[in-house]
Design a protein around this ligand. Structure first.
Ligand SMILES: Cc1ncc(COP(=O)(O)O)c(C=O)c1O
Length: 289
């Protein structure tokens, strides 16, 4: 990719020229929301679903949507074009803007800060897919608005780092004996032949990849349900996966130093990965949303 072009408050510019005030509430308070939208062959993945989730996150923090749906679609298309198309990941962030002084209360009459950038999207390494990843279970120390995609990610950062410090790729979070999600992903398990993922609620982000997987499983007759997953069920699972827009579907083959199932990526994962590939190939050729 050449010098990246970013979008800041209705303008496109080189990244090196983008400036945000130190009084921006994103910087001072993490007062903002974000989205990460993967791009396949220049086409945004499930764009409307991402924009709908953005709207719900903004509603949740009481910030108005700064652009119309049409303007978002146009700005995202332009950003993709400015950055050469192809395989990208778009990061989009909206904060409550920069007031004249620091105060917790919402400022009046301040424009939000809207920022977008595109980076090259690297698909998961084939070796990672062949072997699966190691994960660790950790206590979910986060708040009760995990369904909002806010930029206040310090707990997620600490949890992820703890996983890395233990030689793991992801942390699987557990609250009151129930699996919620990964530090930056959703969790699926295959338990007694059925694909399970925790139901939507305040303790997990409704992942766009998660929702697509549920759709694909239903479409292809793979038994699946949204259901609570206890620690015991996680330990008994024949397969465990983590999903996200950037990491797609990663098989977890070891949790807390114990093998998951056979210790290799499982057959249901392989099946689902194939369906996911068909979907992303259709998106590339312009036949899927
Ligand atoms: C905490 C958390 N849960 C779930 C996800 C997966 O969401 P999506 O599939 O929309 O990327 C993410 C993505 O970054 C995340 O940070």
């Amino acid at each position: 990719m050449n010098a990246p072009i970013v979008y800041l408050n209705h303008e496109f510019m080189p990244l090196a020229e983008a400036r945000v005030s130190p009084l921006d509430r994103g910087f001072l308070f993490a007062d903002g929301v974000y989205e990460v939208i993967p791009v396949y062959a220049g086409k945004a993945f499930r764009l409307q679903e991402h924009l709908d989730r953005l709207q719900r996150s903004l509603d949740g923090i009481r910030l108005s949507m700064p652009l119309t749906n049409r303007d978002w679609i146009h700005a995202i298309d332009e950003l993709i074009r400015h950055n050469g198309g192809g395989e990208l990941s778009i990061y989009l962030q909206i904060t409550r803007g920069a007031a004249a002084y620091r105060d917790h209360a919402f400022p009046a009459g301040v424009d939000p800060t809207v920022f977008m950038m595109a980076t090259t999207r690297k698909p998961p390494e084939p070796a990672l897919l062949a072997m699966g990843i190691r994960a660790i279970t950790l206590d979910d120390i986060r708040w009760r608005y995990c369904h909002l995609k806010t930029i206040a990610l310090l707990p997620n950062i600490l949890l992820r780092q703890e996983a890395i410090d233990h030689g793991c790729t992801e942390a699987i979070l557990v609250r009151d004996d129930l699996v919620t999600e990964g530090a930056a992903s959703n969790v699926f398990i295959v338990h007694k032949g059925t694909l399970l993922t925790p139901p939507r609620g305040p303790f997990l982000l409704p992942g766009i990849t998660r929702d697509l997987l549920l759709e694909l499983a239903r479409e292809h007759g793979i038994p699946c349900r949204e259901a609570d997953i206890t620690r015991d069920m996680l330990a008994e699972a024949s397969e465990v996966w983590v999903t996200s827009s950037t990491r797609e579907i990663l098989p977890v083959t070891e949790i807390d130093e114990q093998a998951v199932g056979t210790g290799e990526p499982g057959p249901v994962w392989a099946q689902m990965m194939a369906h996911y590939r068909v979907y992303t190939d259709l998106l590339r050729s312009g036949d899927a949303a």
